[in-house]
Design a protein around this ligand. Structure first.
Ligand code: NAD
Length: 245
């Protein structure tokens, strides 16, 4: 089914990992995709490799309000009105609280939480005016249960849950939905540095006995963003092999 045929999707952090899998999934479903990344060349290269034509890559630090606004405007001028916004860009600066520097806190909150605000703020007027479309925020199970060494990251992701539900309430009467997916441990660059012993320990807590793949998350985002989820808003859906239930 090509349920995004003729629609434009904007995916932040779309040049690799989960974001890239989301771009592939939405493009395969017919969407024209604006791939946003910190590195413009990587974003453009990722856009070029997507199925179909008309996709474009843009360099943007989502934590910068003016840059986010300008990038969204440019993408809409180039590709057409945004129908789906996926706030996926995220970073970690893991360390125990006693060692956490103020910059470690600020950087993570700025990209993971304020970045979602910046892009959503830029997109919401158009979405509300057109009375259709949806937003999907990529959070983490860590935002639900916390994690030692990730106070900044967990706070940013828990913040995204409050943001998602507030935006959902605000935009629902205007025909726009907002949901979040909370992945467990997914094989990407973000988790590639984990020791084998840590991976084995993690797997022991996953009922499905494997780490996730980017495509496991992307298929849920496609569903949540699309017409099949037309009566779902304000939800946080865990995609974690049953780790948190
Ligand atoms: P990744 O590091 O492979 O990719 C992150 C992407 O975000 C990259 O494309 C990067 O360039 C982009 N990005 C980072 N800072 C940015 C900024 N300031 N502006 C624009 N783009 C920026 O990580 P991933 O594992 O694919 O993670 C994607 C999302 O999924 C993140 O929000 C992450 O927190 C979340 N997540 C990942 C896991 C996991 O196990 N991998 C688990 C739960 C949640």
């Amino acid at each position: 089914m090509r349920e995004f045929e003729g629609r434009v999707a904007l995916v932040t952090g779309g040049s690799r990992g989960i974001g890239r899998a989301v771009c592939e999934e939405l493009a395969a479903a017919g969407a024209t995709v604006a791939v946003i990344g910190r590195n413009g060349d990587a974003a453009a290269a990722a856009a070029k490799e997507l199925p179909g034509s008309g996709h474009a890559g843009y360099a943007c630090d989502v934590g910068d309000y003016d840059a986010a606004t300008a990038t969204l405007k440019q993408a809409e001028e180039d590709l057409g009105p945004i129908y789906t916004l996926v706030n996926n860009a995220g970073i970690t600066r893991d360390t125990l609280l006693l060692r956490m520097k103020s910059e470690d806190w600020d950087e993570v909150i700025n990209v993971n939480l304020k970045g979602a605000f910046n892009m959503t703020r830029a997109a919401c007027r158009g979405l509300m005016k057109r009375r259709e479309g949806s937003i999907v925020n990529v959070s983490s199970v860590v935002g639900l249960i916390g994690n030692a060494g990730q106070a900044n990251y967990a706070a940013s992701k828990a913040g995204l849950h409050g943001f998602t539900k507030s935006v959902a309430r605000e935009l629902a009467p205007r025909g726009v939905r907002c949901n979040a997916v909370a992945p467990g441990y997914i094989r990407t660059d973000m988790t590639s540095g984990l020791d084998q012993s840590v991976v084995e320990e993690l797997q022991a807590h996953i009922p499905m006995e494997r780490l996730g793949e980017p495509g496991d998350v992307a298929s849920v985002i496609r569903f949540l963003a699309g017409p099949g989820a037309r009566y779902i808003t304000g939800q946080v859906i865990t995609v974690d092999g049953g780790m948190v239930m």
